[in-house]
Design a protein around this ligand. Sequence first.
Ligand SMILES: NC(=O)c1ccc[n+]([C@@H]2O[C@H](COP(=O)([O-])OP(=O)(O)OC[C@H]3O[C@@H](n4cnc5c(N)ncnc54)[C@H](OP(=O)(O)O)[C@@H]3O)[C@@H](O)[C@H]2O)c1
Length: 430
Amino acid sequence: MSEEAIKIGLLGLGTVGSGAYKIIEKNQDLLKSRTGIGFEVTKILVSNPQKKRRVNVPQELLTTDTSSILHDPQIDVVVELMGGVTASYHYIKEALEQGKYVVTANKDLMATKGEELHRLAAEKNVKIFYEASVGGGIPLIRPLQNSLGANRILRIMGIINGTTNYILTKMSLESMDFDSALAEAQAKGFAEKDPSSDLEGWDAAYKLAILARLAFDSAIDIDDVHREGISMVDIRDIQYAKELGFTIKLLAIGEDLEKGIALKVHPTLVPLNHPLASVNHEFNALFVEGDAVGEVMFFGRGAGEMPTGSSVVADLMDAAREIKLGDKSPSLQPSEKRNILPVSELVSPFYLRLQATDEPGVFGYLATVFGGENISLDMIIQKRSEGGIAEIVLVTHAVQEKKLEAALNKVHKFAAIERVASVYRVIEKK
Ligand SMILES: NC(=O)c1ccc[n+]([C@@H]2O[C@H](COP(=O)([O-])OP(=O)(O)OC[C@H]3O[C@@H](n4cnc5c(N)ncnc54)[C@H](OP(=O)(O)O)[C@@H]3O)[C@@H](O)[C@H]2O)c1
């Protein structure tokens, strides 16, 4: 057992940085008894050293001089918890160049530059760890790499953005409209002032890209992920979904199909008896299906100071074991890019909400158009008209997306159809 402590340079002391620092301080003895190594934060980069902090830190640890961390030969591990992609990318690269291990919680960076950073780390015989970048405190990266490593992963599917899940839960359980649910999420700290990355599905797409890289052994570009956000989800869709036995969730789905990989993030109707339907508020969950293990589900807090700090410190423990004890885990192997399937080729049941003038012949027309594309309908509800406009809700059986699009192009042309108000994919009821 090494008596010498591992020396840590933190880049950032915001939400996650404070959580990581608190855990290192509070659980110092536990970390040492589990690894045989002491953990010492020796410097912390911040942008404003005078700012009031959520954690008590000796003032002399704070610095605005990046070089004093990246070029300090005493520092073994650089922990990047600043966010953003420009400065953090340069700092992480420099840390790796200097032969330091890196821990990061930065999903945007790992999704877009992960391949390059892994390559550089391998060249320098160090590692970059990033458990906290997906699912906050829920272990996902390590299980995909290690515990489930003997499986061919067939599917990953989950709720990996807490902000959108909080909003959809409020709309669903308390019939709140979208704007009020978003305002409440912001007031409680579950949504940022500018929530667009969460609402438009970018955050979930970055996380899916990171998970899919591990699950499907393929290089993944963020543009490979088909992305739809929740800002168009109407309270009426939530109510109709409930009537039909579903709830609406923003799902991230990756599948290893016969002809390639499918990657998508979109609002989805989930059957009420599906385990993901009861993952509510800010919680996250990921379903993983492996060819040997079958289905496994991970559930917990996907963000926050202490949960995310927990993953950061677990990474630090792994880095410390490698550095001090030579206990090396395998490096991520570079992967060729596999075929990524366009959504037009994918198959799923669909939920449609149409607004039509209340006149005879509309149902007959819809039946002809969908029948013409071999699309069979599973469920239909028609709601009484308001101001001469009736609302028709349809759920199709599984259909290839390009066939649905062809049918919808015809539906749009029918004068009695005022609007195709919503189109969402559906997880089939079992
Ligand atoms: N928050 C979560 O629950 C959560 C969950 C999972 C992953 N993450 C990821 O964790 C990372 C950190 O998130 P966070 O919520 O902790 O962010 P945050 O609260 O905004 O903290 C960022 C910290 O970095 C410092 N900083 C930012 N830019 C800097 C620069 N150019 N030079 C020096 N210092 C700089 C800030 O300094 P000052 O304090 O002086 O302003 C602050 O201490 C992000 O990549 C985020 O995506 C966050």
